[in-house]
Design a protein around this ligand. Structure first.
Ligand SMILES: Cc1cc2nc3c(=O)[nH]c(=O)nc-3n(C[C@H](O)[C@H](O)[C@H](O)COP(=O)(O)O)c2cc1C
Length: 184
């Protein structure tokens, strides 16, 4: 069990989880990949169905092909590794929720292990179909995203139109008891 002070250190690390799009070329050690997959495996899912399958992608040519699906994910080509998330395709809404949970756990686990990660969405239905073709995923499955993993070079967003950083203040995000009522 975490003590209060190391809980704060862990929470500080979780708060600092950022989307990493630029990586050093160093490979991700095999034991780290296994640890990340164990974290993914133990993620909670709707009715504990565990509707996922994970494809570890360390083939640079495959990462390059994924990166070409659309311009906002061209940085995927430089990642050391990707973990592509495949869902059963049986329940759209709960699987989307489960995918978000497992993706975030991978990003947090990567950060706690001294690495970084990034979420890349393939795009629209035809880009998802192309991603399935590249990764050999059966068409009836759902495949929307890959989580890249590696040693961060920087957390800067290198794209021509970078996503805005920072976060809204709590005062804008939180109500007390009823929507819109002032919290503190
Ligand atoms: C569902 C989802 C899809 C995302 N897709 C992409 C993407 O395709 N390309 C990309 O560069 N970042 C993508 N991101 C990352 C977001 O841009 C990032 O989480 C946001 O800008 C906050 O980044 P920060 O934590 O570094 O401030 C995605 C994030 C989520 C949650």
């Amino acid at each position: 069990m975490a003590t209060r002070s190391n809980a704060h250190q862990v929470l500080e690390q979780i708060r600092k989880v950022r989307q990493i799009r630029q990586y050093r070329p160093d490979p991700v050690p095999a034991d780290v990949v296994t640890e990340l997959l164990e974290v993914a495996r133990w993620t909670g899912s709707s009715r504990n169905i565990q509707p996922w399958h994970f494809i570890v992608v360390d083939d640079r040519e495959i990462l390059r092909q994924i990166s070409r699906l659309r311009a906002p994910i061209n940085w995927v080509a430089e990642a050391s590794l990707g973990i592509a998330i495949v869902l059963d395709g049986a329940s759209e809404i709960s699987e989307a929720y489960d995918e978000g949970r497992v993706s975030e756990r991978l990003l947090i686990a990567a950060k706690l292990l001294g690495l970084g990660g990034g979420v890349a969405w393939y795009g629209d239905a035809s880009q998802q179909a192309e991603a399935k073709r590249i990764l050999g995923i059966p068409p009836e499955r759902t495949a929307r995203s890959i989580v890249t993993i590696g040693y961060p070079r920087t957390a800067r967003d290198p794209r021509p139109s970078p996503a805005r950083g920072g976060r809204k203040p709590l005062a804008e995000l939180v109500s007390l008891n009823r929507y819109g009522e002032r919290w503190r």
